[in-house]
Design a protein around this ligand. Structure first.
Ligand code: WTA
Length: 638
């Protein structure tokens, strides 16, 4: 890397080999963004070409109108000619002694077709929603692709989510089929996933449950309802034609936390998402035929959809998925995986980087990371210390470190400097992807200049992969994204500023969303979960800074009955794990007598947060119960 002031640029050699190395692309895309995306779309295979690039009827819009495409034809069939015997997917299981499974493009193609045929036999048709509740095993990739092949809409639910969280998603989408597994490995133990799945399908329309045999743990199979994956696919043919899908047909629904208690189903469509996943994976990760791409994200999250599945396949790359935790059983497991498979592109979250750093450089001894070409970060702001450590210890100060900003809603990365162009700057996510127009707005929608923090918004024509709807909830779609600045401006809900070079730094959320270890959670969602405990009268959850996880939730609860602090903590943790999952376990739970409120009864979460930041509490006289703050302060300090 070449350093100029506080900016880094790629080396001449890197530049020479990169797909995109001329910054003229930005000007060109800016002149006609719709044509820019159309040109990228032409690199893919379509059954029928679109007749209009972009149509806008605020707050709705369409891309590649009347085009017909199937993402799997582009991800699989298209690669058969040149890459038939090239590894597409490498699966690293958690147990060290277990053998990896590798699928060539041809093998993956066949497995997808077999499972697609099995789904058809189970009665799944185009447009039907299929729930997928699977850990990071090859079958999760096969299942997603099989759905897409026949035009079914996949609804992936993170395997560490609770049965309640699964239940909400199955109910909302009315899925008739669920694909799950007996269990999977986590820190050496087998997690009984089937038990959760059985709970999760109660009071839903699920008629059939396909179960992958993964961990061989004993499970109950219900006759007539539950079917083993392995038995189901055995008899199926490995040929299944991809269904032509309209550009605007649904490809998948992925639920994410919004500012209120209930998660929202983000709707992504076939044409726009495919183009977005293809173009961003290729240009940002500079994927070529000899690349081995590893994104550590679970497919339960959007990063897993776009970059642990579709993106690398659309580029014909080889990609790695890993069942376990990057630091298990030893803190350098991730480093071993990089070296074992010669990973060239490593994509992870700042939380993971801080965790690696915490274990110390002694775990890096002997790891040269010679194969790495690009390292990248996603999901939460990366602090300067983590950026520098990542750049120095893993990137060896030679490789571009891409900080990539995007959201479940955007479908793909929207802000990051391109590796063959730069510049890269610690803590800054960089320049918007070509063709995108972002602004930072202040009060009353005023455009802000350099170094002024405001709300980050995206202007038309947006990006092809941006969500088209909140599933079955047009009101929420309008209110969440298209209200703050009118129906023509997409509000990201993030706070950001630009430096004088136009590089964007995303500071954090403007709403109640927290990023806990890169996972998206809201305080409202957690409060609703806690409030289901009958003993609790009221509660407030706030996100505070955390050294490793970026942010961590803290819960304050008022209990109806007198109980020990330990008992209350136990109940609250139980409730959160039951309703959401272990990722929602709070860092602390405080049982208090009263929560600070305004005279109109609004809980002042801001004051609670300040108890942890050391900031001045400010004027408390407007509170209805200012005495509560002193009491809480005493408890927190203790
Ligand atoms: C945050 C994850 C700073 C942001 C792909 C966004 C980031 C939310 C970055 C979306 C980044 C994501 N720097 N903040 N590079 N990437 N975020 O839906 O607040 O899980 O709105 O998508 O994560 O989280 P989601």
């Amino acid at each position: 890397m070449i350093k100029k002031g506080n900016l880094y640029y790629p080396s001449e050699e890197f530049k020479k080999n990169a797909w995109i190395n001329n910054k003229a692309i930005y000007k060109k895309a800016e002149r006609n963004p719709v044509k820019f995306w159309e040109d990228l779309a032409k690199e893919l295979v379509w059954f029928k070409k679109w007749n209009k690039g972009f149509v806008h009827k605020p707050p709705y819009f369409q891309w590649f109108v009347n085009g017909k495409i199937n993402i799997t034809q582009n991800a699989l069939d298209r690669n058969l000619e040149k890459r038939k015997d090239k590894p597409a997917l490498i699966w690293e299981p958690e147990p060290i002694k277990e053998k990896a499974r590798v699928f060539t493009y041809n093998e993956l193609f066949k497995e997808v077709n077999k499972f697609a045929n099995a789904l058809k036999k189970l009665g799944v048709k185009k447009g039907d929603r299929v729930g997928i509740y699977l850990p990071m095993i090859p079958e999760v990739i096969i299942a997603m692709l099989a759905c897409a092949r026949i035009g079914a809409v996949h609804v992936v639910v993170f395997s560490a989510f609770s049965s309640r969280a699964l239940n909400i998603r199955l109910q909302d989408t009315k899925a008739k089929i669920l694909i799950t597994a007996d269990g999977y490995y986590r820190k050496g133990k087998v997690i009984d996933l089937k038990k959760n799945a059985d709970q999760g399908i109660k009071k839903t329309e699920v008629k059939k449950v396909v179960v992958v045999k993964r961990a061989n743990n004993p499970v109950k199979m219900k006759m007539g309802r539950d079917l083993w994956w392995q038995e189901l696919v055995e008899k199926e043919s490995d040929k299944c034609e991809p269904v032509p899908m309209d550009s605007e047909d649904l490809l998948f629904i992925l639920y994410t936390s919004g500012s209120t208690g209930k998660p929202k189903g983000c709707v992504h469509t076939c044409g726009g998402y495919t183009v977005q996943a293809y173009a961003t994976a290729k240009w940002i990760f500079d994927l070529k035929d000899d690349d081995v791409f590893w994104s550590t994200a679970d497919v339960g999250w959007i990063t897993g959809h776009t970059y642990s599945c579709y993106g690398p396949l659309l580029s014909g790359a080889t990609f790695v998925i890993f069942e376990g935790l990057p630091v298990w059983p030893e803190p350098d497991r991730w480093a071993d995986v990089i070296e074992k498979y010669g990973v060239t592109t490593f994509y992870t979250a700042p939380t993971a980087v801080r965790m690696f750093e915490k274990y110390g450089v002694k775990f890096l001894k002997g790891h040269k990371f010679d194969t790495l070409q690009i390292i990248a970060s996603v999901g939460e702001p990366i602090d300067e210390a983590a950026w520098k450590w990542y750049f120095r210890e893993i990137g060896k100060t030679k490789r571009p470190l891409l900080d990539t900003w995007w959201q479940t809603e955007t479908g793909g990365i929207l802000i990051t400097s391109l590796p063959g162009i730069g510049p890269f700057k610690p803590c800054f996510t960089g320049l918007p992807f070509p063709g995108l127009k972002f602004e930072i707005l202040g009060e009353k929608g005023k455009k802000l200049g350099p170094n002024k923090e405001g709300n980050l918004v995206l202007l038309p024509p947006f990006n092809p992969g941006l969500l088209r709807a909140v599933y079955k909830n047009p009101k929420k779609y309008l209110k969440t994204y298209w209200t703050d600045y009118g129906k023509r401006i997409y509000f990201t809900s993030d706070r950001a500023y630009r430096d004088k070079n136009g590089l964007i730094r995303v500071v954090g959320r403007a709403d109640d969303v927290m990023k806990v270890a890169g996972h998206r959670l809201t305080t409202g969602e957690m409060e609703s979960a806690i409030a289901l405990d009958k003993d609790i009268i009221e509660c407030a959850v706030v996100g505070i800074d955390d050294e490793i996880k970026g942010q961590a939730p803290i819960a304050f609860v008022v209990s109806k009955v007198k109980k020990s602090q330990d008992q209350i903590i136990k109940q609250v943790v139980f409730q959160l794990r039951k309703e959401i999952g272990p990722i929602a376990t709070p860092k602390q739970v405080y049982s208090v007598k009263d929560l600070p409120k305004t005279r109109s009864g609004k809980i002042m979460r801001r004051i609670l947060r300040k108890l942890f930041t050391g900031e001045e509490l400010g004027d408390l006289s407007t509170l209805a119960n200012s005495g509560s703050v002193a009491e809480i302060k005493k408890i927190v300090e203790k």
